[in-house]
Design a protein around this ligand. Sequence first.
Ligand code: CA
Length: 237
Amino acid sequence: MNPSAPPAYRILVVEDEPHIAQGLVFNLEHEGFAVTHAESGEEALRLLESAPVDLLVLDLMLPGISGLEVCRRSRRRYPHLPILMLTALSRDQDRIAGLAEGADDYLAKPFNLEEFLLRVKAILRRAQRQNGAAMLAAVYRFGDNQVDLQGARAQTPRGGFDLTELEVRMLELFFAREKELVTRQELLQKVWGMAPDTETRTLDNFIVRLRKYFEKNPARPMHFRTVRGRGYRFYRE
Ligand code: CA
């Protein structure tokens, strides 16, 4: 596994045209996503039932149950599942109906693969921001580390270990806010539930611990960086 790969988001591609499906699956996998493919709406609904995904890429023109119907049913059953629709360029009414059924975004065929990948990443970023760490795939990867937030377990080049509840809460917050300033006050409030004006060494000690766990060189942190006098920023690489 490429250590700099994005977290293994799971994507279900629903597309009946084999050459388009192959192209999408190949390119998504190349980007590090875990991809499953369904050739029909029925198969898509069955797969969704058996394994949750982080994004549905849905062609509207399908044999059997239409893409619109799949969109409607998925939206009802999985209200937070992001949906990217693929439509025929000429079919304005499909696009409008799809958006009305709760699709988050659409792309008209034929589309540029690069644009497709950008849309996929944008939707996932948005979903992650909206739902916080709940949307994160089960295993989050950064640097040479893997963190399973639900299982409270970390795997680093130094070995595997359990995480405390506070560590999980803190990592959750950092992962959901990659590259953004997370202030000391916010960390104290959200992780410890303390009044924002409390000053404490506990937080500093905590950051020291995270760096010892996850940084190649804890004295020169790459992931958990200090923003002087304000807080921290988390970087995946
Ligand atoms: Ca089709």
